[in-house]
Design a protein around this ligand. Structure first.
Ligand code: SF4
Ligand code: SF4
Length: 480
């Protein structure tokens, strides 16, 4: 019987949350500061992501933000590429592609998103927790400070920590708001008199308090209790998924480090009375776990794959002269059977879907026109007859310039062969990042009309390049 089966039958760790007492009260986790190669790599990744996150809405590309997710006005700029409401299908396809790539990566590599990329983990572990260590010291010192009676020192440390936490939450709230309303609008809200932007300022304040509450108090509960994404991710993980895994075949039976082990470590052969695995039951992997679980119980819903336990165990293994990797990135089946990771058919299926989506999105991006054009007959109008027997229809031209520069446009009639376009206003140019509406008259000689509805076709070009051909209809009496 494997360790996992044993522990499950004993019915302990899966029956309750390590962060909540039996009476429902919070079991506050004092997390030991991790250190090691994975923590260093995560720090580098976090610095890159945090730099991007804090700068992206403020960096300008051709006068426009690098990132804008204005859901209210349906304006999106992704990596400097503007998207209009007309491009919404592209945004939906992009989101779908990202989702499928998450599905694929989670099925293969477990909850890599949670441990390495999720803003909640990055803010908590790489900003707030580091500030806490700097002010209150190690996990043991934090615990002592919390249980100590109120004193000047305690008041100072707690006051300083929570002031910085709130200031940071305020910056995060402003940054997120800049993603939604744009940095210019945010600056206006901040610099204008308070009375002019009560709603905006209230939103910033509410969000600041929400972020502060999450990072100062709620913490890992967001991942363990609230986040639906964690559950969705976990449902994709199976026994062949590569995740942070304890090698129970090597670690068990676990036993405290003894005198015998010390002698063996010094190269002195000692006959051991009982067999033992490499785990010395030091609990370091549990002490560094931000969700308070014991990875030796197997893969659990609470595990965010942060790799802190890998670093902690590697340090212990080095100290007792054992090979690193007792806890490592591997799959349950690879540990159990000692085989290489298997690739299941569903992984191939996800890959095919992802390749299809990537191809489609790339094609649609590459062929996305700079100008979106629509030509319609003016609603509510019929035809008019001129003095020389020609017929006239009114049209509305709508153009959206998605680029960062002004574009000249030109309309020409290609079907039928003879006819005349008379603009009612200025058509060209269409300013960058804006929409323009204009009316024009189309005059067709009688001999060009086929029935009460004649098919007409316009060609729209810009700078000599054909942008689009648009079809419409021309109305006239049944027998002109
Ligand atoms: S078990 Fe390990 S990888 Fe999972 S959350 Fe805890 S420390 Fe991170
Ligand atoms: S850190 Fe390693 S040796 Fe220590 S309890 Fe965890 S698995 Fe065992």
């Amino acid at each position: 019987m494997s360790l996992i089966q044993q522990t499950e039958e004993e019915g302990t760790f899966r029956d309750n949350l390590s962060t909540i007492h039996k009476d429902g009260s919070r079991n506050w986790i004092y997390v030991q500061k991790p250190s090691g190669r994975y923590y260093n790599r995560r720090t580098v990744v976090s610095v890159v992501l945090l730099t991007f996150l804090f700068l992206a809405p403020f960096v300008r590309v051709g006068g426009h933000p690098l990132m804008l997710l204005n859901i209210i006005e349906r304006k999106f700029v992704l990596f400097g590429i503007p998207f209009w409401p007309q491009d919404f299908y592209l945004v939906v396809l992009l989101v779908l592609t990202v989702l499928v790539s998450f599905v694929l990566f989670t099925a293969v590599f477990g909850r890599i998103w949670c441990g390495w990329l999720c803003p909640q983990t990055i803010f908590l572990e790489m900003l707030f927790r580091k500030i806490e260590y700097a002010i209150e010291g190690s996990a043991t010192k934090q615990k002592l400070l919390d249980s100590a009676p109120l004193s000047g020192n305690k008041l100072f440390k707690k006051g300083l920590k929570h002031t910085i936490f709130f200031a940071l939450s305020f910056i995060i709230a402003n940054t997120f708001l800049a993603y939604i309303i744009g940095s210019d609008q945010l600056l206006t809200i901040i610099t204008d008199p308070i009375g002019k932007h009560i709603v905006g300022l209230s939103t910033i304040t509410i969000f600041s308090f929400v972020f502060y509450a999450v990072f100062a108090r709620f913490r890992e509960q967001a991942c363990v209790v609230v986040c639906p994404y964690g559950r969705y991710m976990s449902s994709l993980v199976d026994e062949d998924t590569v995740a942070v895994t304890y090698d129970f075949t090597r670690g068990e039976p676990r036993k405290k480090f003894s005198k015998e082990d010390k002698l063996q470590q010094q190269g002195i052969a000692v006959q051991s009375a009982t067999p033992r695995g490499d785990c010395i039951d030091c609990h370091q992997c549990v002490n560094v776990c931000p969700t308070g679980i014991d990875i030796r119980n197997g893969i659990q819903l609470e595990c965010v794959n942060c790799t802190a336990c890998i670093d902690a165990c590697d340090t212990i293994m080095t100290k007792i002269s054992k090979p690193k990797g007792l806890i490592r990135y591997t799959s349950f089946n690879a540990v159990k059977d000692g085989i290489r990771h298997k690739v299941k058919p569903r992984i191939y299926a996800y890959s095919v879907v992802l390749i299809l989506l990537l191809t489609t999105v790339s094609y649609l991006f590459a062929t996305r026109p700079d100008l979106d054009i629509l030509i319609l007959r003016q609603p509510g109008t019929m035809f008019q007859k001129t003095g020389n027997g020609d017929y006239v229809n009114f049209y509305v031209f709508q153009g959206i310039n998605k680029t960062y520069y002004d574009l000249p446009v030109d309309i020409q009639l290609i079907v039928p062969e003879h006819g005349k376009i008379t603009p009612l206003g200025t058509l060209s140019p269409i300013s960058h990042q804006s929409a323009k509406e204009m009316r024009f008259i189309l005059t067709l000689p009688k001999d060009q009309l086929s029935a009460s509805q004649t098919k007409v076709r316009f060609v729209i070009s810009s700078n000599g390049k054909v942008i689009k051909e648009v079809e419409s209809s021309f109305v006239s009496p049944e027998k002109p």
